[in-house]
Design a protein around this ligand. Structure first.
Ligand code: K1U
Ligand code: ZN
Length: 173
């Protein structure tokens, strides 16, 4: 397993809609393993393909919060939201592609998601709490959307300028 570098906004790959996975090959399985390791190492609770330059509809997440609970690493391929609750939830979001920036985003409180697992089996599950927020955040990544796209243009511009500065500083190192 390899930790892959995480792309930082602004990057054109983070604005593109990803292609469906057509076959679950060893390459897809390796990418999923690497993505999980990269997510845990960051650390984060989710990670989507385009964040590591993989322009395919795949994301990983593990939103288990309890210290003593076992981890629940999940790999979701070609995920689709099949139902959203009318009830909304406001959650503070972060993004591994926009380090150290956080903002409140309003989204459906619960979602049902259907996806393919690594064996090609169809799975469907209803998520609430951080799981629901994270799944929606990650599916947005697959559609080229970032959480800052929900903010005012002024806030978005401010964060984008900070990220441009961060990237310049990192490039000088
Ligand atoms: O997609 C990403 O950039 C990952 C992102 C997912 C996410 C976080 C919060 C709300 C919605 C979606 C992150 O994991 S940011 C880091 C983070 O939230 C975290 C880090 C360490 C421990 C717990 C959470
Ligand atoms: Zn993100």
């Amino acid at each position: 397993m390899t930790i892959r570098p995480i792309l930082i906004h602004p990057d054109p790959r983070l604005k593109k809609r990803c292609d469906p996975v057509t076959e679950i090959t060893d390459e897809v399985r390796r990418a999923a393993d690497d993505m999980l390791q990269t997510m845990y190492d960051a650390p984060g609770v989710g990670l989507a393909g385009p964040q590591v330059g993989l322009m395919s509809r795949i994301f990983v997440m593990d939103c288990v919060k309890e210290e003593d609970a076992p981890p629940r690493p999940m790999v979701l391929i070609n995920p689709e939201i099949t139902w959203t609750s009318e009830a909304l939830n406001v959650h503070e979001e972060g993004c591994l592609s926009i380090p150290e920036q956080y903002a409140e985003v309003t989204r459906p409180a619960e979602v049902r998601v259907r996806w393919l697992d690594l064996n090609g089996g169809v799975q469907e599950e209803q998520f609430g709490g951080l799981w629901a927020t994270c799944a929606q955040h990650e599916i947005d990544h697959l559609d080229g959307k970032l959480f800052i796209d929900y903010l005012t243009p002024l806030k978005r511009q401010l964060i984008t300028r900070k990220m441009e500065k961060l990237k310049r500083e990192r490039a000088r190192l």
